[in-house]
Ligand binder design. Structure first.
Ligand code: NI
Length: 144
């Protein structure tokens, strides 16, 4: 595993629509391992592929109850709302109030290409929304 460089706000790679991940191979596994290590080292709760310079639709999340890898994630249901402070490893030192759904259900694939469905609420729902936004070139500061 290796620590990857985290791209910061101002880099165009954070503003692009990411492409669907079509291959589920050793390279993807290695990238996901690196992203998790990078996220933990930076003490973040999520990291999306564009934040390590890759225009691909996947991200890692760990809000404290275990690592979740989402490949090609799509929010298929959402309800409620929450408002709370949010930050981003690509926007260091900035924390702002952002409104997010309280509950989300996400369909995605795991690193082997298997379909998965994950429901989340509260902080984890917020993290999923934040990371999936990254895959569409959206930063939390756009939602202030
Ligand atoms: Ni972020």
């Amino acid at each position: 595993m290796a620590i990857r460089n985290i791209v910061k706000q101002g880099d165009d790679v954070l503003r692009k629509i990411c492409r669907t991940q079509m291959t589920f191979d050793e390279k993807l596994a290695q990238t996901l391992d690196d992203m998790a290590e990078t996220m933990y080292k930076a003490e973040g709760v999520g990291l999306a592929a564009p934040q390590v310079g890759l225009l691909r639709r996947f991200c890692v999340v760990d809000v404290g109850d275990g690592l979740i890898e989402l490949i090609n994630p799509v929010i298929v249901e959402q309800s409620g709302s929450q408002k709370g402070s949010e930050g981003c490893l690509s926007v260091p030192g900035k924390f702002e109030e952002v409104e997010r759904p309280m509950y989300v259900t996400v369909k995605a694939q795991d690193r082997n290409g298997n379909n998965i469905t994950i429901s989340a609420e509260g902080f984890k729902a917020k993290a999923f929304c934040h990371e999936i936004d990254h895959l569409n070139g959206i930063l939390f500061i756009d939602r202030i």
